[in-house]
Design a protein around this ligand. Structure first.
Ligand SMILES: Cc1ncc(COP(=O)(O)O)c(C=O)c1O
Length: 303
């Protein structure tokens, strides 16, 4: 039988959260669910002799790729928003990844990859299949699962989970997507502007997978939710008090599960993806920034 890569956590039967089950992707070696994509992908590239890769990241993809790059002999160049989480940037650097901050990380990642003539790894384009293992582990570890709550930036992991259920011929669990900050295009399809205060922050304003994710939500009878910073920060604190410290994305999912799902669906079994670790290394680092193609060209000259 397949060995799950990450454990689950179940609240006791007397807890108010007894229907909630946490899938602890944050306890994986690299601290997030991104290993499911970057592991097989980077091994393949290393075998093909690739020496450099570029990614645009909000953090966890960069941490994972840098960690794996060190082991596989691949140099990892990460472009990250200057408004992003600098603790994650420090973690990328700690693993030997090359990190550059920018107001336009997606654009400059594309340009840099072209200039270095190397792959630009993009989970928003491919990679959903690699997250099928997450769906398979849900089926194995929580066979009676009714609802899955997962944070969506690109929506790739959510698509992979649902593909796994479909492939196995199982009844689809309701897919509940959680978004926050700048990532909001899926939630916007479910919520009226007057009901929500859309916030700034990190993420993707839209994803090429929007329609695909919406299709899975509709097919499974789920929904999409948007969580304000104030709420997920409260959830982060509560989880810390329960010795379940995790990233804000996981905490946002926990908030949705307890406040918007469990209250309406008592008795249901709800799986929540704790997709990433709370990075708390307080490394003070100076990060290079790039804001023009000229600066990228300049940077390449010194590599
Ligand atoms: C901690 C964490 N959770 C969830 C996500 C969203 O994953 P996806 O892009 O597959 O929707 C990300 C990716 O940005 C992440 O880093």
């Amino acid at each position: 039988m397949m060995q799950p890569s990450t454990p689950i956590y179940q609240f006791s039967s007397t807890s108010p959260y007894s229907g909630l089950i946490l899938k602890r992707e944050d306890l994986s070696r690299v601290g997030s669910h991104k290993f499911r994509y970057f592991g097989p992908q980077m091994k393949k590239l290393a075998t093909a002799g690739v020496k450099n890769i570029v990614i645009s990241t909000t953090g966890n993809a960069g941490i994972t790729a840098s960690f794996l790059g060190k082991q596989l002999g691949i140099e990892v160049y990460c472009l990250m928003s200057d408004k992003g989480d600098l603790k994650k940037a420090a973690e990328i650097q700690r693993h030997g990844g090359k990190i550059f901050l920018s107001t336009r990380p997606v654009r400059f990642a594309k340009y840099l990859a072209k200039k270095l003539n190397c792959p630009l790894l993009k989970t928003s384009k491919d990679g959903a299949e690699s997250y099928q293992t997450l769906g398979e582990e849900f089926m194995l570890q929580i066979p009676n699962l009714d609802i899955i709550v997962n944070f969506a930036t690109s929506g790739t992991s959510s698509v992979g989970i649902m593909q796994a259920y479909q492939k196995a011929g199982k009844t689809l669990p309701e897919l509940h997507i959680v978004q926050a900050g700048k990532s909001c295009s899926i939630a916007r399809e479910f919520l009226k502007d007057e009901e929500v205060e859309w916030e700034e922050g990190v993420g993707l304003a839209d994803t090429p997978r929007r329609e695909e994710v919406l299709k899975w939500i509709m097919k499974s009878g789920g929904a999409a939710h948007y969580v304000a910073k104030e709420k997920y920060e409260k959830a982060c604190k509560e989880l810390k008090g329960l010795d379940l410290e995790t990233s804000w994305e996981g905490a946002a999912c926990f908030w949705v599960a307890k406040e918007e799902i469990l209250k309406k669906n008592p008795g249901q079994t709800v799986g929540i993806v704790f997709s990433g670790r709370a990075w708390d290394e307080n490394t003070k680092s100076d990060f290079k920034t790039v804001e023009s193609v000229k600066e990228v060209d300049e940077m390449i000259r010194f590599l």
